[in-house]
Write a protein that binds this ligand. Structure first.
Ligand SMILES: Nc1nc2c(ncn2[C@@H]2O[C@H](COP(=O)(O)OP(=O)(O)OP(=O)(O)O)[C@@H](O)[C@H]2O)c(=O)[nH]1
Ligand SMILES: [Mg+2]
Length: 219
């Protein structure tokens, strides 16, 4: 399926998001918009996800960064197709950038598309990319105050991956407190503690993806 962009799609974020959404629905591609502070572990989690799920699913990734192809190269090294978007200073991806990147894919050949947003806990949460799900990654070294201090991110995401739990013995992060803070801000959101380094908890993330994929193809 070849993607042709209309002019209005390139000038209006919400129109572009609706355009993307329709493409994703038509091709039955599950799309997850992954957001976090810089360095929380988005790319590492995606590397592990590609490693685990690429036997059963056709996976592709759109990488958003201010500069470099580094994250896309890391995903390609795992054997998945990756397209890098460079925002040249922009602090988030918008739906028009994603729409333009979709021209590089054949969505009919992709089951799971992950969009790794620009590392930033503020701007990315405000932009609809047409995704099915928004997922936030929070990491243990960032500290317990991030959920209450950056509520917009956690209000708008339905799952939080608490990454780097292998570092819990060395830092004062309190997982129970994080769960309580999240429930106060967004009672519908789930928190899954994981370590992309040791693999702990990742099976729960993979099961969540598989459940979301089943719902997506049954719609
Ligand atoms: N200890 C530990 N380190 C981790 C874990 N996950 C990622 N890291 C390390 O954290 C650093 C940043 O990881 P990335 O995956 O590049 O983070 P990112 O969120 O993609 O970063 P940006 O794309 O720059 O926003 C790397 O040195 C990783 O090896 C983890 O579970 N535990
Ligand atoms: Mg990254």
């Amino acid at each position: 399926m070849k993607v042709t962009l209309r002019t209005d799609v390139l000038t209006n974020n919400n129109k572009a998001a609706d355009f993307n959404r329709e493409l994703f629905q038509n091709s039955k591609t599950l799309v997850i918009n992954l957001m976090s502070s810089p360095g929380a572990g988005k790319t590492t989690l995606l590397e592990e996800t590609v490693r685990e799920l690429s036997g059963n699913y056709r996976i592709a990734v759109i990488e958003g960064d201010l500069a470099t192809e580094r994250d896309a190269d890391r995903i390609r090294a795992m054997g998945a197709k990756a397209v890098q978007i460079n925002t040249h200073g922009g602090c988030h991806l918008d739906a028009r950038m994603v729409a333009a990147a979709l021209a590089e894919f054949d969505l009919d050949e992709i089951d799971l598309l992950f969009i790794e947003n620009v590392g930033n806990l503020v701007c990315p949460s405000g932009y609809d990319l047409g995704q099915h799900h928004k997922v936030a990654v929070l990491s243990v070294p960032e500290g317990n105050d991030k959920i209450p201090k950056y509520p917009q991110m956690f209000m708008r995401t339905e799952l939080v991956l608490l990454n780097k739990i292998d570092l819990l013995p060395y830092l004062d992060f309190n997982v129970g407190e994080a769960k309580k803070d999240l429930t106060e801000i967004n009672p519908q959101s789930m928190l899954i503690p994981v370590s992309a380094r040791t693999q702990e908890g990742l099976y729960e993330w993979f099961a969540w993806i598989e459940g979301a994929y089943l719902k997506c193809v049954q719609q």
